[in-house]
Every structure is written in C-alpha cells, then in structure tokens.
Design a binder for this molecule. Structure first.
Ligand code: ADP
Ligand code: MG
Length: 320
C-alpha cells in the first residue's frame, strides 16, 4: 500500500529526532520552537535545489540529499555561523521509498556531522524540488559581511577552485580514474567550510562562499564594499586532480575563474592578521591561499605570470 504523507514524514525524516541545545520543540507541532541564546545573533538562509538546474538529473538520491544541505550550510559558513537547525520542504512526484530512503541517508549523513537537527518541514507532490532552510548562531556583532573589504586587504580562497566545473565538463567521459572520482566528489558532495568560517570571524574583513564562480562572487564582495581587486591567475588554487586532468579541458583557467559549485570561501584579510590566519588554518588543516589584493579602484582585474591582463568574463549563473 502506498505510504501516507504522515507515514512518509515519520519514516524518513521525523524518526531522526535529535536532541539539540536551543531546540525547545522540533517536528510534530504546527511550528518548531527555537531559542537564540543571549549574546547570539540568528543567521537564517534558504535555498532551493531543482533537478536539471542545480544538480544533474542522474545524480544519486543520496548525493542529492547531501548536496542540498551542503549548499545551505555553505551560506552559514560564509557568515561565520555555527549551524544550529534546519527545515526541509520537499516536493516529490511520488512516494518512492527507495528514493526517499537514499535521499534521507545522504541528507542525514551530513546533518549528523554537524549534530544538526531537522526541526520541521513540509511534503508536497510535484516535480522534484528540495528547499532547505538553515539557522545558525553567531556571537553578536561578529557576522562576516560582504561589505567589509578595504583597500590593502589580502584576498584569500580556501581549498581549490574549478573542481566542480571540471567534473561537469568531464560528464559523459567514459574513463573514471581516481582524479575523475575526486572531481565528481567535489561536485556531488561539496564540503561546507563551517569551521573555516568560524575561524574567519576574528580574521576576515569580508567573506562570501564561491557558488557562482570566483569572478562573480568576489565581484559581489567588491561591489558591496565599494572597492576593487587584482588577482593573480597563477596563484589561484587548483587541486592535484584538476592539474592532472587540466589538458582535457578546453579552457582550464576559465573553469578556475568562472566555474561555480565549489563552495569554497573567498575572504579579504587585513595584512596585520595574515600571520595569524596562516597559523589558525594550519591548525584546522584547511588549505587557504592568498590570491590577490584589494585595491581602491573599483572592478576586478586579473594578471597572468608575466603581469599581463587576463580578460574576465562576467561569469555567474543567472536564472533570469
Ligand atoms: P501543517 O499541516 O501544520 O503544515 P504538516 O502536516 O505539513 O503540518 O507537518 C506535520 C509536522 O511534520 C510538522 O511539525 C512539520 O514541521 C513536520 N514535517 C513535515 N514535513 C517534513 C519534512 N519533510 N521534514 C521534517 N519535518 C516535516
Ligand atoms: Mg505543512
């Protein structure tokens, strides 16, 4: 017999009821009741993932669950927030138990890594769409905004750039060595840089997560901050897997500069804090690379190893 809406919620979502600080009431009533401790600010964000737009139609249900939460957590990371709860509005075309089971396994695999409780949601019938709302806590006055970059600050990026775009470029490619698998892992299961964001609260002047590509996202920071920047093409961090496969890409530099979906953090750091930044990130074992410098003149410029200008396309995915 087909699963009823309530059975579905209980079996795949509510069953994972987690005890968490600041959650007075989770799933089961008309609303969840959540507490914001004194001295803390609540950061809230929502993102929708749609098949064929945000993830390929053939992505496994477990990866869809994992990725849908990861992209939301990345927004919390970019503000320096500690994740504290999430809600899930799920639209599915039918109650496919195998799909639901794998989807929820992927979703909770990531949620459990951050002891993050699911506190409510909604289930509706229609074309597959996953909306997740996340809440996180930040000590008052400590949120990392896009607007704080100042001329003279250094520009940094965590991890490596272009991997997810490289995986998309490799789709349909029959070979599948370890480097392929690594790049696909970056596309299917991005790592939200939560710990890095929390460390950056005391170090960065501005921060953003790279979801639309470095040029587009750093561009948002510069615009909000009323400044410009110069980045150096040869400094942009590329993973070993990316470098190994680079010759297969028509324009590897374009993937690094403009490719989205890596969910790394890009931040600006006043020069007097750079030594401390290096030390804190070494402790975290999180790679972070200086890629350029903030300048007073508006706009983003990129130079190659010979100091020559690299033309930048106004990249970034636009739905409309
Ligand atoms: P209402 O009609 O009041 O919106 P629902 O029947 O939609 O209530 O949901 C009943 C309870 O189950 C609520 O507490 C709601 O937050 C929770 N819930 C519904 N769908 C989900 C879901 N996908 N994940 C987690 N909780 C859910
Ligand atoms: Mg409802």
């Amino acid at each position: 017999m087909a699963l009823s809406e309530f059975e579905l919620i209980e079996r795949y979502f509510a069953g994972r009821r987690a005890v968490a600080p600041n959650v007075l009431l989770g799933i089961g009533d008309d609303c969840a009741l959540l507490k914001v401790p004194p001295g803390m600010t609540l950061a809230v964000s929502v993102d929708t993932s749609i098949a064929g737009v945000h993830f390929p139609d053939d992505m496994s249900p477990a990866d869809v669950g994992y990725r849908s939460l990861a992209v939301n957590l990345s927004d919390l990371a970019a503000m320096g927030a500690q994740p504290s709860w999430f809600t899930l509005a799920l639209t599915i075309s039918r109650a496919d138990e195998a799909w639901l089971s794998e989807f929820s396994a992927g979703l909770f695999e990531l949620a459990e890594r951050f002891s993050l409780p699911l506190v409510g949601g909604d289930v509706t019938r229609g074309p597959l769409s996953i909306s997740i709302q996340v809440g996180g806590l930040i000590p008052d006055g400590k949120a990392l905004l896009r607007s704080g970059a100042r001329a003279g600050d250094a520009v940094y990026a965590t991890g490596s750039l272009g991997d997810a775009a490289a995986a998309l470029a490799l789709r349909g490619d029959a070979q599948a060595g370890p480097s392929h698998r690594e790049l696909f892992g970056r596309l299917h299961r991005p790592t939200p840089r939560i710990e890095a964001g929390m460390v950056l609260r005391d170090l960065a002047s501005a921060c953003i997560d790279v979801s639309d590509g470095l040029v587009a996202d750093l561009g948002h920071v510069l615009k909000r901050s009323g400044v410009g920047a110069r980045i150096e093409l040869q400094c942009l961090p590329r993973s070993a897997a990316f470098r190994e496969l680079a010759e297969q890409f028509a324009e590897p530099d374009a993937l690094v500069l403009g490719g989205g979906d890596d969910y790394e953090l890009c931040c600006t750091v006043p020069p007097e804090r750079e030594v401390l930044l290096q030390a804190r990130f070494a402790e975290l074992q999180c790679p972070i690379t200086r890629i350029g410098r903030v300048e007073a003149e508006p706009g983003l410029r990129c130079v190659d190893a010979r100091g020559e200008d690299v033309p930048l396309r106004d990249a970034g995915y636009r739905h409309f």
